[in-house]
Design a protein around this ligand. Structure first.
Ligand SMILES: *Cc1c(COP(=O)(O)O)cnc(C)c1O
Length: 463
């Protein structure tokens, strides 16, 4: 592959177009440990390694694009959450962030529980041997078949999301001669995203039963009367990519308020409270996520204080981090294709994937960083936009990024923090073949989800 420099692209000294970026980083070769998986490093030649394996070797063996997952990091993060919450609380990994059978086994081994929200996720969890009583089943529109399967399997809890579902689950459980443990998901009128939370008017969404107007209390009233259900607690999930704990503070206050009302009305102290997931990670160096032990301490204190105030026994707490566990543990490895400088604007760097393997930029305006990983470079930084190969101008992976000015076709670049909501949201747009997930650990790599093939695509097309 030629490394010859393309015509000089716009440099940072030029007038820069509007965008969400600051000055180029002092050292483009540096890898901020905040955004890269734990074992990521550069070897003496400047090639990036993970788990002791170079990205050039990974690209050669498994092709690009590929998601490369640092197993040691995944396990360490899972363990950190488990340890932080101790034995008086439960950590449910949110499978929707990324789920595969290998991940299920790691979770099982590290003592975490698992959230699923579809029949497919449930099937994956069960087929990897996760004990059913450590699985929670979520979703705003579980089908009767999914509910029956979950009840038959003996899942530890089903999180009820509507009045209709209360009746549906009770009926199915009863017809199977079972009493299903359930939580009731409520909306507390708090929505949190990154650094802000809004404490009003966010019941206008499809999930949960509003606390407002006594609806949640009515849901509990009905559920308590049904023989097929054992109501074990209240569930609240307030948002995603949250850094600020004040949203949880308000949510916990309101959930405990409901627990108190339930105690006063029914003489029942529900034993569990689930505060959901949504804890933020660093996608760029500007993000400062909290450590699991800080989060555990804060949440435990909030719930304990609120319960003391309400003279309630402190319920068992559970949390559901997805992104915060898997997000930072993987990066997407791409090969650079066309490099197109647009005079006075920026250089478009095309990679061999795009919105089919990372929809978050297009969907949420998500921010990512990117680095040249197959070598180091002393070239001047150039402002780039990393784009995919799809027929769609919104097919952007990294909107604003500085890469070395000598970047050329054949170079490998990597986008860190793509462990969550990338493979799990991947599509076959343009009949793209979804990339593999390669797990690395202590000098060994193995495919945990293989790359799709054209045969896979054609198998579904019955002609
Ligand atoms: C999505 C979701 C989570 C996980 O969110 P993260 O941002 O990945 O931590 C947890 N609980 C529920 C109910 C969810 O819908």
């Amino acid at each position: 592959m030629s490394r010859s420099a393309h015509p000089a692209g716009p440099r940072h000294a030029d007038v820069l177009p509007e965008g969400h970026y600051s000055a180029p980083p002092a050292d483009l070769n540096a890898l901020d440990p905040k955004v890269w998986a734990q074992t990521v490093d550069r070897d003496e030649e400047g090639v990036v390694t993970v788990g002791g394996i170079s990205v050039t070797q990974l690209a050669e063996e498994y092709g690009t694009p590929a998601y490369v997952l640092d197993e040691a990091d995944f396990r360490a993060r899972a363990r950190a959450w488990r340890t932080a919450f101790g034995t008086d609380a439960d950590v449910f990994y949110a499978g929707k962030a990324f789920l595969s059978r290998a991940v299920v086994r790691w979770l099982d081994e590290e003592g975490l529980n698992l959230d699923v929200c579809s029949g497919g996720e449930l099937a994956t969890a069960l087929s990897a041997g996760m004990p059913a009583d450590r699985i929670a089943f979520h979703g705003n529109n579980k089908s009767p078949q999914e509910i029956e399967r979950a009840v038959r399997a003996g899942v530890g809890r089903i999180v009820l999301d509507s009045f209709q579902e209360i009746v549906r689950v009770a009926h199915i459980a009863q017809s199977l001669g079972k009493r299903q443990r359930v939580q009731i998901r409520i909306t507390v009128g708090v929505e949190a995203h990154t650094h802000e939370f809004i404490a009003t008017a966010h019941e206008d969404q499809k999930f949960g039963i509003p606390l407002a107007g006594g609806q949640a209390a009515e849901a509990v009233r009905r559920a308590l009367q049904l023989d097929g259900l054992e109501v074990i607690g209240i569930h609240s999930h307030i948002g995603s990519q949250i850094f600020d704990m004040s949203g949880f503070e308000v949510a916990a206050h309101r959930v405990v308020g409901l627990l108190k009302d339930i105690r006063d009305e029914h003489g029942v102290e529900l034993p569990e409270i689930d505060l959901g997931g949504g804890l933020g990670i660093a996608y760029t160096s500007d993000d400062d996520p909290r450590e699991p032990h800080e989060i555990a301490k804060a949440l435990t204190e909030i719930v304990t204080r609120e319960c003391e105030g309400a003279k309630l026994r402190t319920p068992r707490i559970s949390v559901e981090p997805g992104r915060a566990i898997v997000g930072p543990t993987a990066f997407t490895l791409y090969e650079v294709g066309t490099v197109k400088p647009l005079e006075g604007l920026r250089t478009y760097v095309s990679v061999d994937g795009g919105m089919s393997d990372n929809i978050r930029t297009a969907l949420y305006d998500a921010e990512y960083t990117v680095a040249l990983v197959s070598r180091t470079s002393d070239a001047e930084p150039m402002l780039t936009r990393v784009v995919g190969k799809h027929c769609e101008s919104g097919d952007i992976v990294v909107k604003d990024a500085f890469l070395p000015g000598d970047l050329a076709p054949g170079d490998l670049i990597a986008v860190p923090a793509t462990g969550a909501y990338c493979r799990s949201m991947a599509s076959n747009y343009n009949h793209a073949l979804r990339p593999p997930v390669v797990a690395v650990r202590e000098g060994e790599a193995r495919v945990v989800v293989r790359r799709e093939t054209e045969e896979d695509l054609l198998r579904l097309d019955v002609g």
